[in-house]
Design a protein around this ligand. Structure first.
Ligand SMILES: NC(=O)c1ccc[n+]([C@@H]2O[C@H](COP(=O)([O-])OP(=O)(O)OC[C@H]3O[C@@H](n4cnc5c(N)ncnc54)[C@H](O)[C@@H]3O)[C@@H](O)[C@H]2O)c1
Length: 376
C-alpha cells in the first residue's frame, strides 16, 4: 500500500494530537516536523520517533515534499505555511481559527484552489457520528421542520477570546445544521453591562495572558443572531462565565414537532424531546451512539481517546477527499465562512445593524474601527 507522507508544522499541544492520529493510520507515514522552539521539537521527535526535524518550515516543505502538511500553529501562523504548502502542490490540514482576517482566509482558499490542493480546517466536531445521526433524524422528520438553533458557548473565556477559540467551532457546528448565513445581528457588552466600545478592543493575550494568540478581539459577553439562507434562525450566546462547562456547550436544534440537544466540544452527549413545546419539567430522552462512545472492548471511551478517534476521522476524510477529488467535510471554505461569522458579529455590533454576507470590506472589522477612530 502506498502511504501518504505527512509532515507537521508546529509541534506543541495539537502537534502531538495530530501526530498520534497520523501514527494510528495504516496508510500514513509521519515523515517530518518543524518548530521554531528546539526543546519542543526535540521532545516531539523523541515521542513520535521522527528523525527529520526542522526549525524552518519552508526548508522542510522543500526538502521533504510531503503529500499532506498539518499546521497546528496558533492563528497568526496559519496563512503563511498554508500558502507555502499550496504553492508546492501539498495538501493542507490547518488548525482553527482559519486565519486572523478574511483577506488572509480568502487568500488561503484561492491559493489552494489555484494549485489544486485540498484544504481542510480542524473543526473536529464535524467528524462526530452524532452529527450524522442528528441530521438523519431531522431528515426523517422526527422533529418536524427545523426553525431555530440555540447555541451556547463553553464559558471560561471572555466573549471576544471565545469567539476566536470556541466560537469558530460553534459557528461551524451551527452551519452544519443551518447552512449558509444570509445576515447577522449581534451585540457585545462588558461585564458591567455597558456596550463594548472601540476603546475595549484588545489583543487576545492582553485579555488573558494564557489564552492563545488570535489577534485583536472585542467584548466580554456577546449575543449573536443569524438568519440562514434557508430561513432557519440561530441565536448564539457567549456569556463569559469564569468557569467552563463542556456539558452546557452546544446546540438545541428546535423543530416544529420536537427538538434535539447536542453538547460537548470533543465527545458528544445528545438528547431528543418530542413535542411542540418544552417546559423545564419535561425530560429529555438520551441518545447514545456506540460508534463514538464505546471502544473495541465495549468500554466507554474517555475524552482522550474520543479526541484521537475524531482526529483520525478528520484525517481519513481529507485523504478520501484527495482520492475522490471532492472538498473535505470541514473544508477551508467552511472555515473561512466561520471566520466571516465571527467578524460579522463584531461588525454588526459596530454598525448597530444587520450585516449581510459576504462581509465587505474583508479587512479585520476591529482594525478598521480603530483606524476610523484615529487608531485609539
Ligand atoms: N481543533 C481543535 O480541537 C483544537 C484544540 C486545541 C487547539 N486548537 C488550535 O490549534 C492551534 C495550536 O494550539 P496549541 O495549543 O497546540 O498551540 P501551542 O502553542 O502549544 O503550539 C504551537 C506550536 O507552534 C510553534 N510555532 C510557532 N511559530 C512557528 C513557526 N513559524 N514554524 C514552526 N512552528 C512554529 C510553537 O513554537 C509551538 O510549539 C491553535 O490555533 C488552537 O486554536 C485546536
Amino acid at each position: 500500500m502506498s502511504k501518504y507522507r505527512i509532515a507537521i508544522i508546529g509541534l506543541g499541544g495539537m502537534g502531538g494530537s495530530h501526530a498520534a492520529a497520523v501514527k494510528s493510520e495504516e496508510n500514513c507515514e509521519l515523515v517530518a516536523g518543524a518548530d521554531i522552539d528546539p526543546g519542543r521539537a526535540a521532545s516531539w521527535a523523541e515521542r513520535f520517533g521522527v528523525n527529520a526535524i526542522y526549525d524552518d518550515y519552508e526548508k522542510m516543505l522543500e526538502k521533504q515534499r510531503p503529500d499532506i502538511v498539518i499546521i497546528p500553529t496558533q492563528a497568526p501562523m496559519h496563512h503563511a505555511p498554508t500558502i507555502a504548502a499550496a504553492k508546492r502542490g501539498i495538501h493542507v490540514f490547518c488548525e482553527k481559527p482559519t486565519a486572523l482576517n478574511l483577506i488572509e482566509a480568502d487568500g488561503m482558499v484561492e491559493t489552494c484552489d489555484k494549485h489544486d490542493v485540498k484544504f481542510a480546517i480542524n473543526h473536529i466536531k464535524r467528524a462526530s457520528p452524532y452529527n450524522r445521526h442528528a441530521l438523519s433524524l431531522i431528515e426523517n422528520g422526527e422533529i418536524g421542520d427545523v426553525v431555530l438553533l440555540q447555541a451556547t458557548d463553553k464559558g471560561g473565556r471572555k466573549a471576544g477570546n471565545s469567539l476566536m477559540e470556541m466560537g469558530t467551532h460553534l459557528y461551524d457546528w451551527v452551519r452544519l445544521f443551518g447552512g449558509d448565513v444570509e445576515w447577522t445581528h449581534a451585540h457585545l457588552v462588558q461585564t458591567d453591562g455597558r456596550e463594548s466600545t472601540v476603546d475595549d478592543i484588545k489583543h487576545t493575550q492582553e485579555v488573558h495572558p494564557r489564552d492563545r494568540d488570535a489577534g485583536i478581539v472585542l467584548g466580554e459577553r456577546g449575543h449573536a443572531s443569524f438568519r440562514f439562507k434557508n430561513g432557519i434562525h440561530a441565536d448564539v450566546q457567549y456569556l463569559g462565565q469564569s468557569q467552563t462547562n463542556d456539558n452546557g456547550y452546544g446546540i438545541d436544534i428546535i423543530g416544529t414537532e420536537g427538538r434535539i440537544a447536542v453538547r460537548e466540544s470533543v465527545g458528544t452527549t445528545m438528547f431528543i424531546h418530542r413535542g411542540q413545546h418544552k417546559t423545564p419539567g419535561d425530560a429529555w430522552e438520551p441518545v447514545r451512539l456506540p460508534a463514538e462512545d464505546i471502544d473495541e472492548a465495549g468500554n466507554y471511551r474517555n475524552q482522550g481517546s474520543i479526541r484521537l478517534l475524531l482526529q483520525r476521522l478528520m484525517l481519513r476524510d481529507l485523504i478520501e477527499a484527495i482520492e475522490e477529488d471532492r472538498d473535505p467535510f470541514a473544508s477551508g471554505r467552511d472555515g473561512r465562512d466561520c471566520l466571516e461569522m465571527i467578524h460579522a458579529t463584531w461588525e454588526s455590533h459596530r454598525q448597530k445593524a444587520r450585516v449581510y454576507m459576504p462581509l465587505t470590506p474583508r479587512e479585520h472589522p476591529l482594525e478598521r474601527w480603530r483606524r476610523e477612530e484615529g487608531n485609539r
